[in-house]
Design a protein around this ligand. Sequence first.
Ligand code: FE2
Length: 224
Amino acid sequence: MNTEVLDPQMQAETLGASVQQRVTAMIDNLMDRLPSPDLLTSEERRGIIARYSSVLEGNFIYWMTAAYLAVHSDEARPILIENLHEEVRDSHPAMLRRFVIAAKAYPTDTDALAVNAELTAIRLFLGKLQGVQSLATMAFFEGFIQKFMAYLATLAKQQGSRELEYTDVHGVCDIAHSQGLFNAVRLEMALNPISADANLYEGVELLIALIRRIIQGPQPNLEA
Ligand SMILES: [Fe+2]
């Protein structure tokens, strides 16, 4: 079918489906490259949990709020509100902190600074308040978190922890969140389309760089 004859709603549906497909492939690619927990040292496992926590605990609600502020679509907003409501009502930051403390992986200043550059890039990106790109980024994030939970739980168990409420809850409920966010991307595309020269995956690419930094840890000091 020639896309030129499609109305904006149908174009958004078609493009939305291709965004979902591509984002899902990007998540799977990232998951495939995770190092096997068995091949990591205890300190490497601790570092991944600590850097993940350093990014997620204080930023997830902030970033979901930023996406809320960026969207123009009245239909997309309730999807984000529902997400934020659950985060706040069930205090997911408290749940994450319990998980991290039990795994003896509370982040140090070194852990926080290891992800500083990539984290700052995401904050500045979300500050541009671009509806479609922000929603695509959060859809990617939710989808990634859901798939990453089993891996994170394995790291925590190998560190001797049995406190797994955070990974149990997020391995399930975020499936619905992720789908809701892809629907929000479609709704926003129909109302507030991005310009032809914009990169729809700008935030997704920055988030992939941040997640890689969480996994890899600090860049080697070339002067050392
Ligand atoms: Fe959460």
